[in-house]
Each structure stands twice: as structure tokens, then as C-alpha cells.
Design a protein around this ligand. Structure first.
Ligand code: ADP
Ligand code: MG
Length: 266
């Protein structure tokens, strides 16, 4: 079975889309019915923090990513691959979509290694199992991916078999590996903004790099920009848009929607 992977739209849904009244999952079910091929990657950091706090476990972030010890990894796994993934999958299913929830661990979708010691069990992706995505897409399913990776490379003795990996990173790696038609990040701001909070509609990769280097883009925007730059090795544009607006995804796919485009050459 051959699936046109270059027609795939990779969508990362972030904090703004999870929980509350959101139309993004409706849009995903609708777009599938229109014959679009979608791969969805989700985050859910806020919910992980909520559950860690409930357990009296403190947690910290560096450049938008959680420093992950074993307790945090357990919670990330339970909350993201469990609760959040099932919530998204069951909701899209109830809206008539055909959808399978997986994590980067399942089918060895994402094989990774520890990125830097200081961050603990945070992974960087080394390899993506495209055959699994192709099989699911070819059978008419939307893969909904929770951001974990296998700990396949350079694993110290006794270290966990899997790692926490940022959802943005996973989306960027999948888009790059597939050579996706589009990569869209739905987030909780209008896009990448300058210091005065004004939307930057178009950025070259080097301009996006400069925003990170100067600290004008920080926190959760850092892994997003890095993921866009990674994906641009194999796709032409990446988009960061406001997921808080009703039907943001549909409007993005069907026409002009505000947000930031990062592209090679303006
Ligand atoms: P998501 O759940 O979508 O991954 P994050 O909170 O991780 O959301 O990342 C988005 C956040 O990045 C914004 O809410 C904002 O606080 C932060 N941010 C940092 N720098 C910028 C910037 N230059 N433009 C827009 N947002 C920025
Ligand atoms: Mg984030």
C-alpha cells in the first residue's frame, strides 16, 4: 500500500487546544472526511505539572522544556500517553474520525537518546519509523502521537527504556522525515511576536535563529522554532498559529489565516 506521505499535514496541538471548548478536534475529524492525510502530535505540559503538584513533586523548565527525573518521566508517561492521548482520540472518534493513539514508544515510532545530561530523561530524536505512519495512514487512520521516544541509543545501565521528548520536537522530526506538505503548530499566542508583542508574519530561518539568540523568543517558543528549522531541511514552510481562535486549523488549511510563516527564502 502506498500512501502519499508528501500530502501529509503534520499538526501539533498545544496547551491552548487541550481541555476546554475547542474546535480543533472537530476540524481534524472534518478534514479527514475531506480526504486529507493528517498526523497529530500533542503536548500537555500544563496537565503534567498539575498532576505532579497534586503529588507534591516540584518541577522546573529550561527553555520551555521540563527537566525530567524518573518521577517526572513516570508522570509525563501516565498523563500524556494516557489521559491526554485518550481524551483526544476518544473525542475525535466521537466526532466520526478514524483515529489511533500511539506514543513515540509504540512501534518504535521515535527512537532517541538523551539530549543533554542536565535535562535528565529528555530525548532527542534520532530515527522515525515512517513505515508505521504509512501503515496507519494507508488504512485510513489519523495517528495521534504522544511525545515520548524510545531510549534506543547510548542508554546507560538502569536508565529508563523510554524518554520524555518535547511535542514540538516530535512534530518537527516527523514532518522532516515524511517530507510533509505542511507543518502547523497551534499555540496560545498569535504567532511569533517581536519585543513589543507585534506579530511577525514572515521569518527567514536565520531571523528566527536571531530571535532565539537575543532572547526575544524564549520559553515554549524555543522548541517550536527549533522544530520548524529542523523540518525546513525537508519541507518548504512551517507555520505557528493561534489555536485559541475557533476553527483555526480549518481556516489555516482552507485559506488565509494570520500567524507566523518560517520559510527558506521570502
Ligand atoms: P504550547 O502549548 O503551544 O507548546 P508554549 O507555552 O510551550 O505553548 O509556547 C508558547 C509560549 O511561548 C507563548 O505563550 C509565549 O509565552 C512564549 N513566547 C516566548 N517568546 C515568544 C515570542 N517571541 N513570541 C510569541 N510567544 C513567545
Ligand atoms: Mg510547549
Amino acid at each position: 500500500m502506498s500512501t502519499k506521505l508528501d500530502r501529509v499535514i503534520v499538526v501539533k496541538i498545544g496547551g491552548a487546544t487541550l481541555g476546554s471548548h475547542d474546535t480543533t478536534l472537530e476540524d481534524i475529524a472534518y478534514l479527514q472526511q475531506q480526504g486529507r492525510l493528517l498526523v497529530v502530535v500533542h503536548g500537555g505540559a500544563n496537565l503534567v505539572t498539575k498532576w505532579l503538584t497534586k503529588q507534591g513533586i516540584s518541577t522546573s523548565f529550561v527553555n520551555g522544556e521540563r527537566v525530567t527525573d524518573k518521577a517526572a518521566l513516570d508522570m509525563v508517561t501516565a498523563v500524556l500517553a494516557g489521559l491526554v492521548n485518550k481524551e483526544i482520540v476518544a473525542t475525535i472518534n466521537s466526532l466520526g474520525g478514524r483515529v489511533v493513539g500511539i506514543s513515540g514508544v509504540d512501534g518504535a515510532l521515535i527512537q532517541g537518546r538523551i539530549r543533554e545530561k542536565e535535562m535528565g530523561y529528555v530525548g532527542e530524536a534520532v530515527k522515525v519509523n515512517l513505515a508505521l505512519l504509512e501503515a496507519l495512514l494507508g488504512s485510513g487512520y489519523i495517528p495521534v502521537v504522544a511525545p515520548l521516544s524510545l531510549h534506543s541509543f547510548d542508554r546507560p545501565n538502569e536508565a529508563p527504556l523510554w524518554l520524555n521528548i518535547n511535542g514540538d520536537t516530535v512534530a518537527g522530526e516527523i514532518a522532516a522525515a515524511i517530507g510533509a506538505e505542511r507543518l502547523i503548530f497551534l499555540t496560545d499566542v498569535v504567532g511569533i511576536c517581536d519585543q513589543s508583542g507585534k506579530l511577525l508574519p514572515r521569518l527567514l530561518p536565520e531571523e528566527a535563529e536571531a530571535l532565539m539568540a537575543s532572547g526575544k523568543a524564549s520559553g515554549g517558543m524555543v522548541p517550536k522554532i527549533k522544530a520548524c528549522l529542523r523540518a525546513l531541511s525537508n519541507i518548504s514552510t512551517a507555520r505557528i498559529i493561534d489555536g485559541r481562535q475557533p476553527h483555526a486549523l480549518l481556516r489555516e488549511i482552507e485559506g488565509d489565516y494570520e500567524g507566523t510563516t518560517i520559510e527558506v527564502g521570502k
